[in-house]
Design a binder for this molecule. Structure first.
Ligand SMILES: Nc1ncnc2c1ncn2[C@@H]1O[C@H](COP(=O)(O)OP(=O)(O)OP(=O)(O)O)[C@@H](O)[C@H]1O
Ligand SMILES: [Mg+2]
Length: 383
């Protein structure tokens, strides 16, 4: 199935800790990815997943710990990490908006081209040959991700899902041995998500190990040979999909489903019972004649308790809504649609995607260097 033979460690992160002032975003995390493996990294918002990626790729210099690629300790410099063989995509898409699809992939090849400035300026035979090889390779990658027919399109004109795929092609252009994907299906519809799953399998089958962050649990558990769950910067559990998805601590911490014995269960039941009684009382006292109008208003107001609480939660914290677990978000939206009047539900169900699209489609005006984006500290959340 895979092109590799005996599995050997590709990535070994040991005791990786990242502190920002008083906040420990990542705390002593060990993680190994072997050749031929797809490893999933999950955890609630703010768990430290992206920060961990930033530590692996040299965007952040870890406060403690070390990162080795194929047995060699990596210097925490993005371009050195890329040329060593680790490539990544970003949680917030970072394409060159005004470049074509093909040019974006060519940018990703810069670490693999040997031709220097003079060669480029003089456009000698060496340069032309290297350029032709690069274009050929880039086109082959575009074919691989199914975007070869759009090679000449400006990347900013691509639909969101295709921009995410293009990021993957650009990362692959650096010929990595390990690919890090930060939420590759965020904002995708179910069909695109399924196609991305197939794409990741195909990448692994090309001999590239994959470490992938995702909030879509079905995606991650289908895909991964192993899954690690980060909570508040610490690795809570690591194991096969079966083990991790059945772990009560993961369910409680990540999915927010209370496990047996969790505090507050009785109180929650009482509140629900009181709400149900209140709703029944309101329905009984409501005027019967205007069939839909009156109950509709009453319902809508009552519905604000359970459903709108979710809506305001999402809408209030734009960033969280934007990066909220998709499964949860769509579930909530669906629920809202069922329980509320359409007008109200519309706003809720559209919120996460609407929040995603404009922000993420804002491509960086960054300089011509993909992962080697120079500004380390400036990244802020360097996602
Ligand atoms: N550059 C920074 N300076 C200060 N704090 C930071 C920085 N980058 C991340 N953090 C903090 O570190 C914590 C972990 O953030 P991180 O983005 O890694 O989470 P995450 O697991 O990727 O979350 P999400 O699923 O929402 O993407 C958060 O509390 C975040 O605010
Ligand atoms: Mg993140």
């Amino acid at each position: 199935m895979t092109t590799t033979t005996a599995p050997s460690p590709v990535l070994e992160a040991t005791g990786v800790t990242m502190r920002f002032g008083g906040l420990t975003a990542v705390h002593s995390v060990d993680l190994t990815v072997n050749s031929g493996e797809i490893v999933g990294l999950i955890g609630p918002n703010g768990a430290g997943k992206t920060t961990f990626f930033n530590c692996l790729t040299g965007l952040y210099v870890p406060t403690e710990g070390k990162v080795a690629y194929k047995g060699k300790i990596l210097p925490p410099k993005p371009h050195l990490v890329t040329s060593a063989g680790i490539a990544r995509t970003f949680q917030n898409i970072r394409l060159f908006a005004n470049m074509t699809v093909l040019e974006n992939v060519l940018v990703g090849r810069h670490t693999r081209t040997k031709e220097g400035l003079w060669s480029a300026l003089l456009r000698g035979p060496g340069f032309r040959k290297a350029e032709a090889t690069s274009r050929e390779r880039a086109m082959e990658l575009l074919e691989f991700i199914g975007l070869d027919h759009k090679a000449d399109h400006l990347s900013r004109n691509l639909p969101y899902g295709e921009q995410r795929k293009l990021e993957i092609a650009r990362a692959m252009a650096s010929e990595p041995g390990l690919l890090l994907l930060d939420e590759p299906t965020a904002g995708m519809n179910p069909q695109e998500t399924r196609a991305t799953e197939e794409l990741v399998f195909a990448i692994r089958d090309r001999g590239i190990a994959v470490l992938v962050i995702e909030h879509d649990m079905r995606f991650i558990f289908n895909l991964s040979d192993r899954v690690a769950c980060l909570v508040q910067g610490e690795k809570l559990v690591e194991g096969t999909s079966e083990v991790v998805q059945g772990d009560e601590r993961v369910i409680a911490a990540y999915l927010g489903t209370p496990f047996e014995g969790a505090p507050g269960q009785e109180e929650l039941a009482e509140v629900e019972a009181a709400e149900a009684a209140g709703a029944a009382g309101a329905a009984a006292t409501a005027e019967p004649e205007p069939e839909d109008a009156v109950p509709a208003v009453t319902d809508a107001e009552n519905a604000t308790d359970p459903a709108e609480a979710t809506a305001t939660e999402e809408a209030g914290t734009t960033t969280e809504a934007e990066e909220a677990p998709e499964a949860a978000a769509t579930e909530e939206a669906a629920e809202a649609e069922e329980t509320e009047e359409a007008a109200e539900a519309e706003g809720t169900s559209d919120a996460p995607e609407a929040a995603d699209a404009p922000e993420d489609s804002e491509a960086p005006e960054a300089p011509a260097a993909s992962d080697a984006t120079s500004s380390t500290s400036k990244e802020g959340n360097a996602q």
